[in-house]
Design a protein around this ligand. Structure first.
Ligand SMILES: Cc1ncc(C[n+]2csc(CCOP(=O)(O)OP(=O)(O)O)c2C)c(N)n1
Length: 555
């Protein structure tokens, strides 16, 4: 059948199972928007306040569902506004397809109005990108882009489409997409190698698991839990891996790294075998790579060859899909108990660092109250700063894809867009975006998106009046010279909530906070809770950058 470029784009999105896209219109994408108008019953378009919000929403959609998230923007500033979102998705291996319009083929390269080389700009922050100059190549390019985004180690792909291509007509043939194909890239690993790894694991006296986002990406969280339970292995996760292992399991040691638990970081030093699964040994975990797991053999399993020996040298590595790994190693494993090792690990769990500044409303309570009011059945997104780590530390995550946070790029302004993407893909759920007052003002314009679509999203602002995380470093390492980190602004959150059409709550005490949370959960409306926190609350424990991982600051 003969279709124009815009019709092909819509058909290809439907082929890929896309039900929702996030975007913002403009001149170069007028044809596409016209087609979306005619196809509202097939694809839902969420209009954000800013293209950055759309890119984070596509990311949140992808992280919380495991499907590819899609965002759409016009040429020039529309496209450049997506850049932070694309880089955020790239650093955390999130499958996103970003579609941008560009000026017509005839105007390309002439500094035309709203022309920008977005393919050039996003080259280092995409898994792949395209400029589609010929309508005959459009359908296959879109199909390939989705395949690349979701296969292997997932990541963002950008498709830039000149305006004339969106109007040009060609023959289009529908295609049925086999979604299982991408996941089924079976690695060519010899059985002997799997057996060798199994023997190493079975013979370890003090094994320890460090699990990362790769477990969630490969949907092998169930297998990880079975593996650790069978062999009685204490298990930590990176920030990106939170939820990969049930934190209510007694084998869970929680977060590892700079703000990891004492137990996780002590395990790294004391274990004789570190089993690293779907991780990249980020500097936020390693701190000092020379002193990381010095006494242990390291097994590293990851889908991406580029991660092997990049940040740390392993003893044995397997480049393969994690689900495939668990399925293949299973037959060489027998149940095991490690009572002496686990007793030691448990003793470290009791070394407990409570935030030391007295306040009636503690960060710990932010999360505990949400857990209680929702019985854990909600989604948490975060901005970046102290509140992000409190959200990671003080909620018991039992399953994957419940915490949506920017780990690699650490993008302030990520959380509200991500909350929108998460909420629309889980319409029956409530989403809490845990924010700092600094991060909140970066992209608070997206509150308007929440009220426009009446999304049950609540922004909990941990309002300490400062850029808390930076201030914490200034306190610890810069003799309290608080350069540009005090926010002391006149912002009136109540008026702001009113202007954006969302509910407003203020909480200075635990009681007020609890009431606010109970009420937002009951009302299921977009809301802000302005929760006042002590200015010098800290994120603890902390390992100072470059220090050995067991050199832990507790106050
Ligand atoms: C876009 C962006 N700009 C700057 C930073 C650097 N940064 C990291 S944490 C932080 C402070 C965050 O302050 P706030 O949102 O108030 O959260 P708090 O730490 O107080 O909880 C800053 C400025 C960043 N991560 N992202």
């Amino acid at each position: 059948m003969k279709l124009n470029g815009s019709q092909i784009i819509v058909e290809c999105l439907v082929e890929q199972g896309v039900d929702t896209i996030f975007g913002y219109p403009g001149g170069a994408v007028l044809n596409i928007y016209d087609e979306l108008y005619k196809n509202q019953d097939r694809i839902r378009h969420i209009l954000t306040s800013h293209e950055q919000g759309a890119s984070h929403a596509a990311d949140g959609y992808a992280r919380s569902t495991g499907k590819v998230g899609v965002c759409l923007a016009t040429s020039g500033p529309g496209a450049t506004n997506l850049v932070t979102g694309i880089a955020t998705a790239y650093m955390d291996s999130v499958p996103v397809v970003a579609i941008t319009g560009n000026v017509t083929n005839a105007l390309l390269g002439k500094d035309s109005f709203q022309e920008v080389d977005i393919a050039g700009i996003t080259m280092p922050i995409t898994k792949h990108n395209y400029i589609v100059k010929d309508v005959n190549k459009l359908a296959d390019t879109i199909r390939e882009a989705f395949e690349i985004a979701r296969s292997g180690r997932p990541g963002p792909v950008l498709i830039d489409i000149p305006k004339d291509v969106t109007a040009a007509i060609t023959e289009y043939e529908p295609k049925k997409i086999d979604f299982t194909k991408a996941a089924k890239q079976i690695a060519d690993i010899e059985e002997e190698k799997i057996k060798e790894v199994a023997e190493l694991i079975m013979s370890a006296k003090k094994p320890f698991i460090y699990a990362g986002g790769g477990i969630i990406k490969s949907d092998s969280s169930k297998e990880l839990n079975e593996f650790a339970n069978l062999l009685d292995i204490p298990t930590s996760t990176s920030l990106m891996g939170i939820g990969a292992f049930d934190q209510s399991n007694k084998l869970s040691t929680g977060l590892i790294g700079m703000h990891g638990t004492v137990a996780s970081n002590k395990c790294v030093v004391e274990c004789d075998l570190l089993i690293a699964l779907g991780v990249r040994f980020s500097d936020r975990v390693l701190s000092n790579h020379k002193h990381f797991a010095e006494n242990a053999k390291i097994i590293h399993v990851d889908i991406d060859q580029a991660e092997i020996d990049k940040n740390i040298k392993d003893d044995v590595s397997l480049v393969m899909d994690l689900k495939d790994f668990f399925n293949r190693i299973k037959k060489y494993l027998t149940p095991k108990k490690n009572p002496i090792w686990l007793a030691l690990v448990d003793s470290w769990k009791n070394i407990f660092a409570e935030n030391q500044v007295s306040s009636s409303l503690k960060p710990r309570y932010f999360m505990e109250a949400i857990q209680e009011a929702t019985k854990g059945d909600c989604y948490i997104t975060t901005e970046v700063g102290q509140h992000q780590l409190w959200a990671a530390q003080y909620f018991t995550y039992k399953e994957p894809r419940r915490l949506i946070t920017s780990g690699g790029l650490g993008t302030m302004g990520f959380g509200l867009g991500a909350a929108i993407g998460t909420q629309v893909s889980h319409p029956n759920s409530y989403v809490f975006n845990i924010a700092g007052d600094g991060s909140f003002r970066m992209n608070m314009n997206e509150l308007l998106t929440c009220s426009k679509y009446n999304l049950p999203v609540c922004v909990v602002i941990a309002n300490n009046g400062v850029l808390g995380m930076v201030r914490q470093w200034q306190t610890a390492f810069y003799e309290k010279r608080y350069s540009q980190t005090i926010l002391d602004s006149v912002l009136n959150y109540e008026y702001l909530a009113k202007a954006f059409g969302v509910d407003y709550y203020e909480a200075k005490t635990r009681d007020e906070y609890k009431k606010a949370i109970t009420s937002v959960v009951k009302n299921r409306k977009p809301a802000i809770i302005n929760a006042i926190v002590e200015i010098d609350e800290k994120v603890l424990p902390m390992v100072a950058p470059g220090k050995p991982i067991d050199d832990i600051m507790l106050k």
